[in-house]
Design a protein around this ligand. Sequence first.
Ligand SMILES: NC(=O)c1ccc[n+]([C@@H]2O[C@H](COP(=O)([O-])OP(=O)(O)OC[C@H]3O[C@@H](n4cnc5c(N)ncnc54)[C@H](O)[C@@H]3O)[C@@H](O)[C@H]2O)c1
Length: 349
Amino acid sequence: MTVRVGVIGAGVIGADHIRRLSGGLTGAVVVAVADTDAERAQRQASELPGARAYGNGQELIASQDVDAVLVASPGPTHEDDVVASIAAGKQVFCEKPLAPTQAACERILTAEMACGRKLVQVGYMRRYDAAYRALKSVIDDGTIGAPTLIHAAHRNPSVPDSYTASMAITDTAVHDIDVTRWLLGEEIVATRVLRPRRNSLAATHLADPMILLLETESGVLADVEINVNAGYGYDIRGEVVGEKGTAELGDASLVVVRGDGHQRSPVPAGWLERFSGAYDLELSDWIGSVAMGKATGPSTWDGYAISAVSDAAIAAASSGERVVVSLPERPALYAIGPLSATSGRQRRQ
Ligand SMILES: NC(=O)c1ccc[n+]([C@@H]2O[C@H](COP(=O)([O-])OP(=O)(O)OC[C@H]3O[C@@H](n4cnc5c(N)ncnc54)[C@H](O)[C@@H]3O)[C@@H](O)[C@H]2O)c1
């Protein structure tokens, strides 16, 4: 079966997903592209044999020749298109965040639960990254004993002018919130946000860098540096401290060069380079799940639980206080089955 995909949002990552789906990956063809920038949609569609361009997502979702939908527009626009895809009974891959607020994510959760089957995969691609998977295996097999601490850093070289203060949490830290839950197989119950002296090179409306402190159900503490004007490159770090040892993400560079009295290895320029293999795997997993008729990757529940933490972190950033995450019981539709590479470890979730 060849899955006919409609892509909503043809910006940086939308264009990259189109390239993947219509190039290297098998089992899918992009038949439609929607973007509120009509010229952009038209330009992308014109490069794909037989593809149609739309000026909005709703028409694309309703189109008979679209089997499944990929949403890659900005976060605040996700809700309407994801809910419409669910209403149309079409599987949908939604880039992170599922939506920028818990209330919006709850409306998506409610729609999917009313439909009674999982149709949504959220683009938390770190779960498909080889280094993160190796780190998770080491935790799951007990090599380092029970985790007690996580030290993580999310550094971007810079961000565009359109990046708002809350996006440090709703767009950037959400990846770290996701992997903390996924690596440990636990929900996050409370958070604090600490601010050092701000980087004078950051745009004045940004409080950059910042530290998110995340507390999990069992009492693991994760400190996450969010630093989106790091200047030197895209640097993603993670170390898990256990009762018997530690495990750390390997360096993403493949080659270390020694010469002239120096040792050098490249730092990735950006996320497209660092997580290229993960994007390939997550999309091929999604295409496989559409062919099977059931979403299997990071779920609406994951998107919702992450938004509960990001809402709490936004409140914590403004109050300076510890804020408890408000999360109801995990519904049966999202019960964790047998261990898989992308599902969480089965513990108290
Ligand atoms: N998983 C990842 O690593 C990763 C990386 C980058 C971006 N993202 C996510 O992908 C999404 C898009 O990010 P981007 O960097 O490609 O943004 P972008 O600004 O480059 O592109 C967004 C595109 O969506 C279009 N658009 C805006 N509103 C729309 C609407 N209502 N309907 C249809 N099209 C609309 C814009 O015209 C633009 O072409 C965001 O949610 C972002 O957080 C995820």
